[in-house]
Design a protein around this ligand. Structure first.
Ligand code: AMP
Ligand code: GLY
Length: 453
């Protein structure tokens, strides 16, 4: 179906000035999220070349996309690659290089970057920092305490006598949170963290009141002052059907999630996202990238569970196929602080369904090196409203496609309703095989007929 205009943006609509050329784009990262971004940029008619570092086996087969092998920490190498390939825009996918200041280095060289500075990335890289910012800005979030040793944590718990959510302050690859069910579990989580379970990331803890309600992810594309919101998406964090089993990076998603209607999304903008961007500005941070708000829809309204400084994975794979060809221009405008000059972002009015397939042993000890067979016709797998985005894949020295990480790939499909979209995504997955393949058969159960694929 044809793209429809995105709902009005909260930016002035005086005659836009033209943005600089956008011929060459560099995507930093190698997950499914980065493949989906690169894939979406191919829809932008002005873009001539897309580079991705390091990419994955899927991006090496993506037409018009050239892999680079620059280490994430090699900032000088990234600058040199931008010069060599005349890069007009860098989009940084993961949080680690953002927290390590890659955007600062590139911006310092006059390169346009979508992704915040290291200071801005603290929104994700330090939960204590983010909580303080939220508290100062009056943003609805769970009550919390910051503790920096075991004694302090246990004394607080002794006083409160109720289970708390225990969070490592720093980046812990999505594993730093324990939602305790009892005071004893809370105490154990505090002790383990201070015994070094999360390394440096756990040297300080945030202890939080436990909230309840469904979770939804909202993404704001920001230029430092203004923002455009994407449709809400819902992730599925637990490994097993019925939301059982351990937490993972995300086993599937769907969008637009009807958990928030347009009016509620506007409230989230006004009460959460705009005040966050303003609070960042007040601290002297011009945040040019995406703010990912992980929200819990509590009986008292939406509250922030966490902020991330990047797109969600697999929410990004779910959302990108809904984006119009203007997306790359909108990200460029954000990078330049010129969202007012961006074209209106159009969205396809379809439902998008995403199912992640993980490796044997995921999340604790994913096995690598299982050969993957894909029977999908490569043409139909990236058009026709069905996409196969790789994540933990590589080509062996013999050129065989094989698993190389926890979340191996995502099958994404769009259709006029979620029943059809999920039927298509699960049908697509039947064409993919590898030993130990794990996927949830109930992704999207919230929005579709009860059927286990
Ligand atoms: P985070 O890494 O902060 O997203 O936390 C991981 C998961 O823990 C979230 O997706 C929630 O399901 C859960 N969680 C985090 N904070 C809270 C809270 N205050 N109350 C209840 N559940 C929470
Ligand atoms: N899908 C959850 C995340 O990206 O953190």
């Amino acid at each position: 179906s044809p793209p429809v205009p995105h709902p009005p943006m909260s930016i002035s609509t005086t005659r836009p000035l033209s943005l600089p050329p956008l011929r060459n784009v560099l995507v930093v990262g190698g997950g499914g999220r980065e493949q989906a971004l690169a894939w979406a940029f191919r829809r932008c008619p002005e873009i001539e070349g897309i580079w991705i570092s390091p990419g994955n086996a899927g991006t090496s087969d993506l037409d018009g996309c050239t892999p680079l092998a620059i280490a994430e920490a090699d900032h000088d190498g990234m600058v040199a690659a931008c010069r060599d390939h005349r890069i007009d825009l860098v989009v940084i996918g993961p949080e680690a290089p953002l927290a390590a200041g890659l955007a600062d280095t590139l911006c310092g060289q006059g390169i346009a970057v979508f992704g915040p500075s290291a200071e801005g990335a603290q929104l994700e890289a330090s939960k204590a920092w983010a909580k303080q910012l939220m508290q100062e800005a009056g943003i609805p979030t769970a009550g919390y305490w910051t503790v920096s040793n075991e004694q302090e944590g246990l004394a607080l718990l002794q006083q409160l006598q109720r289970p708390l959510v225990v969070k490592a302050d720093g980046l812990a690859a999505g594993k730093g949170v324990t939602v305790a069910n009892s005071v004893e579990e809370t105490a154990t989580a505090i002790q383990e963290a201070f015994q070094g379970r999360f390394g440096q990331a756990g040297e300080q803890l945030v202890l939080e009141e436990r909230l309840t309600g469904p979770e939804v992810s909202v993404f704001a594309l920001c230029d430092g002052e203004n923002m455009v919101l994407l449709p809400p998406a819902q992730d599925h964090k637990r490994l097993l059907e019925g939301d059982q089993g351990p937490n993972t990076g995300g086993m599937g998603a769907y969008a637009p999630a009807p958990l928030l209607d347009q009016a509620q999304l506007e409230q989230v903008r006004e009460r959460i996202l705009e005040p966050t961007l303003a609070a960042l500005r007040k601290r002297g941070i011009l945040y040019r990238g995406v703010i990912y708000a992980g929200l819990m829809l509590t009986p008292d309204g939406p509250q922030v569970i966490e902020f991330n400084c990047r797109f969600g994975d697999p929410e990004c794979q779910t959302l990108m196929p809904l984006m119009g060809p203007e997306l790359a221009r909108v990200l460029q405008a954000c990078a330049l602080g010129r969202l007012a000059d961006a074209p209106t972002l159009t969205l396809t009015e379809l439902c998008s369904a995403c199912v992640v397939a993980a490796a044997a042993g995921y999340p604790d000890s994913p096995r690598k090196g299982d050969p993957i067979t894909v029977a999908l016709d490569p043409e139909s797998s990236s058009t026709d409203q069905l996409q196969l985005f790789h994540a933990g894949t590589r080509h062996s020295t013999e050129g065989v496609l094989e698993t190389s990480g926890g979340r191996v790939l995502a099958m994404v499909a769009q259709a006029p309703d979620f029943d059809q979209a999920f039927a298509k995504a699960y049908e697509g997955l039947t064409q993919v095989r590898y030993d130990g393949m794990q996927f949830r058969k109930d992704i999207g159960h919230q929005v579709r007929a009860p059927k286990l694929y």
